[in-house]
Design a protein around this ligand. Structure first.
Ligand SMILES: C[S@@+](CC[C@H](N)C(=O)[O-])C[C@H]1O[C@@H](n2cnc3c(N)ncnc32)[C@H](O)[C@@H]1O
Length: 233
């Protein structure tokens, strides 16, 4: 928006510095909408920073226009358009799953899937909770999948869609998705064999009765559903 205002003011023959000042002020005012200080800083600083990089400052050559496509391409690789309605990357806090075996004890070589494993924080938390389990990760965005394989060499990580994958071979499927995805997860969870677990960090499957739930260190809730699921009502 700041760029549009800047361009319009310059085309109305306002001096560029005044136009830049007005556009920057607009960004700073709108930064008040940011929920955290970091967001406010990015919103407020975005226009002057990109203006500085786009014009030659202190004798440095300006960036050619196409370079702005590079961060866009990186963003699209990390968040493919198809995954937009699902969860963005948000890692499981370390030690959040330490108490999980108390509620869902599993045999030593049980197969556990982190559905949407991101960069591997969830797999690491599962590994410390169930050190002898066979851990699997599935991730839609391939740069995240690659990073996850590097961080979790003991897990079998592959690129794929959690909603089309087969869940029937797992003793536990761990999810940290979005509230909107929980209905889909409930339907998908019907593939789990009797006695297997669907575990969701933070987001409750409101149509089901949880077998257990607890507040993890760091404050997030952990919801446990044992197959076959019990529905409310
Ligand atoms: C909130 S993050 C959780 C990451 C990891 N499970 C953790 O707890 O640290 C959700 C992840 O799910 C991935 N994801 C979202 N939709 C997906 C889908 N349909 N198939 C595979 N991965 C998906 C996202 O790319 C993102 O990395």
């Amino acid at each position: 928006m700041a760029w549009v205002v800047f361009r319009v003011l310059v085309s109305c023959e306002l001096p560029a510095t005044l136009a830049a000042g007005i556009a920057t002020s607009l960004g700073v005012v709108l930064s008040l909408l940011g929920g955290t200080w970091w967001r406010r800083i990015w919103i407020g600083a975005g226009f002057p920073l990109s203006l500085m990089l786009s014009t030659s400052v202190m004798g440095l050559p300006s960036l050619p226009a196409w370079t702005w496509l590079v961060p866009l391409a990186v963003l699209l690789l990390i968040y493919p358009v198809k995954a937009w309605r699902d969860a963005p990357l948000f890692p499981t806090p370390a030690r959040a799953l330490d108490d999980l075996p108390k509620y869902a004890p599993l045999p030593a070589d049980a197969r556990i899937l982190d559905a949407g494993c991101g960069t591997g924080a969830g797999l690491q938390a599962l590994h410390s909770a169930y050190p002898h389990a066979q851990l699997y990760g599935l991730e839609y965005a391939w740069p995240l999948r690659l990073l996850c394989s590097l961080r979790c060499p003991w897990a079998r990580v592959r690129q794929g869609n959690i909603w089309t994958a087969d869940w029937s071979g797992y003793a536990m499927v761990y999810l940290f998705q979005r509230p909107e995805s929980m209905g889909r997860a409930v339907a998908k969870g019907s593939e789990l064999p009797a006695g297997a677990w669907m575990v969701s960090l933070e987001f409750e499957a409101t149509e089901l009765i949880a077998k257990a739930s607890y507040r993890a260190p760091g404050g997030k809730m952990v919801w446990l559903y044992e197959a076959p699921f019990h529905r409310r009502g």
